[in-house]
Design a protein around this ligand. Sequence first.
Ligand code: SF4
Length: 409
Amino acid sequence: MKACVFTLGCKMNEVESASLMRGLEERGYEVTDELGFADLYLLNTCAVTAEAERKSRQAVARMRKFNPGAPVIVCGCASEQNAEAFLEKEGVSLVLGAQNKGKVLDVLEKRGIFNETEQNFCELPAPKQTKTRAFLRIQDGCNRFCSYCLIPYLRGRTRSRSAESVLAEAERCGAKEIVLTGIDVSSYRDGDVGLGELLLLLKNVPARVRLGSLEEGIVDEKFLAQMKEAGNVAPHFHLSLQSGSSAVLKAMNRRYTREEYLDCCRKIYQFFPEAAITTDIIVGFPDETEEDFQESLSIIGEAGFARVHCFPFSSRPGTAAAKKKDLPAEVKRERMARIMTAAKRAETAYISRFLGTERTVLFEEDGGYSENYLRVYADGAKEGMLARVKLTELFRDGAKGQIQFQQGG
Ligand code: SF4
């Protein structure tokens, strides 16, 4: 029997799908993540934009074309947001929403409709992933209610995996890099163990530990000192910004000002002078004036970002921001073009700082990442290789380098 687990959207969805794939394999299925003929389809949907929702619905039709008789099980954010849109589609057997992913396999076994609300952290089987880089779920849900975001409504309140379980999976997975993943990793808490304490518990795991997306509030001297003490945590901070304007941040319900965010960057550089700070910026939030937008442009250089992911604002029905008037599409398009140029300039400046230096790079299939998140390419590199690499020139989305020597096994 063949099962297809098809995924749209964020890293969390990918990690959860990898767990489901493993669970299906343990139940005897041959599993693929590519759309094609299968006896069973599991669709993990995304609702981050209207386009993502549309693609999620389209995927059902594509599955039906490959095998009209196979059951289609739909889970994930788009199905939480608009279950009817999936239920009315021919061939859909179950719609499970975003909060019940840990139960999908049980439901398949029982062949019943599952509609409880689970607010404890759902343990899933360890994801199917390589020995190079493993994504480890430590948290789910979010309490922040940013005014543009549906996630707290779809995934429920924040809950954390027990530190014991995180440690056990980290020790078991055998990967050379472990990425701690969640919706709001900063809110991690298991009793007295917050994120900083968790890093200290992971310090003897023989792997480089990388943090998933963080919120500004977590970064204080205590947390940075814990990171440093752990010794195996990559100096890479994906610190969501969303806007460089304090007025827009307030309208977004982001709970910090431009100055507080910049102060947080300064603290990071005091502890980790070579740190990569990467971020997300939303362009064209309702009411964003040209002056507000200029503040988003100027903060890119001021913060010294290593990489900036920019997105045009996309109104999500059901959120507070959806009640505001959207900016014209051409304004958003034009601002996107300008911010992408600024982002590219910052990225090039950051990479250029490290040309001529040696970095420790963990190679994947095509290139790899240094501890400070530089994308590095080198002749002779193989997937899983950890090596000191001297960076020689800018190349593609990163730098090219020469392998000096290999580290570890
Ligand atoms: S922090 Fe804000 S943007 Fe991120 S998931 Fe929570 S509500 Fe959404």
